[in-house]
Design a protein around this ligand. Structure first.
Ligand code: ADP
Length: 221
C-alpha cells in the first residue's frame, strides 16, 4: 500500500501516519524528519537545506529527492509506505510519479487532513517534543496528565526551530501556494478527512476513508 498524506503544516499528518504505521506496518516516510536528521547530523545536504527550512520555504527538489530516493530503496518500503510531507508541489508530484513508475509502482490513495487555519496556528505554536520520551505534545491541547508524565520523566519540552510565528505564517502561505494545487492533481485518488478533534477520533476517520483501499489491497501490500 502506497499512501500520500496531504495537509497543511500542523494538520496532523505525522501523528496519523505514525498511527497507521503502528497498525499496518508500512513505514511513515517524512521528508521533514529526513531533512531534520540531515541537519542535526551536519551532513553537506543538511547544511544546504537548513536556511530554507528555517525560513519556512521548500528545500530544493534535488535535495529532497536525493533523501527520498535513498529512503524508499530500503527494504522496509518494499511492500508500501506512507509519505508524510511529500510531495509538496506539482514538480515533486511529477518526480514521485517518475520514481515510482521506474520500478512499476503506483500510489493507492492520497489522504487529505482538513483543518481550519486558525487552529493550525495554535497547534504549531504550541507543539513541543518531550526530550525524555520523544512524544509529540502540545502546550495548548495535550491532556494535563500527558504533560505531567513528561515532567515526571525528566523531559524538557523542545520546540522545533521552524515553529516560530513568523516561520509558521510562511509555511502556511507556501502550503496554500504550492501544495494545495495537489488536491486537484490527485483528485482521482483523493480522500478528504476532517482533521479536527482528538487524534484517536481523527484516526478512526482515516481508517474509514482508507477502508476501500485497504480491502482492495493484496495481503502482501
Ligand atoms: P510541516 O509540514 O509541519 O511544516 P515538515 O516537518 O513536514 O513540517 O517540514 C518542515 C520543513 O522541511 C518545511 O517547511 C520545508 O522547509 C522542509 N521540507 C519538508 N518536506 C519537504 C519537501 N517535500 N520539499 C521541500 N521541502 C520540504
Amino acid at each position: 500500500m502506497r499512501i500520500v498524506f496531504l495537509g497543511a503544516p500542523g494538520a496532523g499528518k505525522g501523528t496519523q501516519a505514525r498511527r497507521l504505521e503502528g497498525r499496518n506496518g508500512w513505514p511513515q516516510v517524512s521528508t521533514g524528519d529526513l531533512l531534520r536528521s540531515a541537519v542535526s547530523a551536519g551532513t553537506p545536504l543538511g547544511r544546504k537545506a537548513k536556511a530554507a527550512m528555517d525560513a519556512g520555504e521548500l528545500v530544493s527538489d534535488q535535495l529532497v529527492m536525493q533523501l527520498l530516493d535513498e529512503r524508499l530503496r530500503q527494504a522496509d518500503c518494499n511492500d508500501g509506505f506512507i509519505l508524510d510531507g511529500f510531495p509538496r508541489s506539482r514538480s515533486q508530484a511529477r518526480l514521485l510519479g517518475e520514481l515510482l513508475g521506474n520500478s512499476g509502482q503506483q500510489l493507492d490513495a492520497v489522504l487529505m487532513l482538513d483543518v481550519d487555519t486558525g487552529i493550525l496556528m495554535k497547534r504549531l505554536t504550541g507543539r513541543r517534543t518531550c526530550s525524555a520520551t520523544g512524544k509529540l505534545l502540545n502546550i495548548h491541547f495535550s491532556p494535563p496528565e500527558e504533560l505531567a508524565a513528561s515532567r515526571a520523566a525528566g523531559g524538557k519540552l523542545i520546540q522545533r526551530d521552524d515553529d516560530t510565528e513568523e516561520t509558521i505564517a510562511n509555511r502556511l502561505a507556501v502550503y496554500e501556494r504550492q501544495t494545495r494545487p495537489l488536491l486537484e492533481h490527485y483528485a482521482h485518488l483523493l480522500r478528504r478527512v476532517d482533521g479536527l478533534g482528538a487524534p484517536g477520533e481523527v484516526f478512526e476517520r482515516v481508517l474509514a476513508a482508507l477502508k476501500p483501499t485497504l480491502e482492495a489491497a493484496p495481503a502482501d501490500g
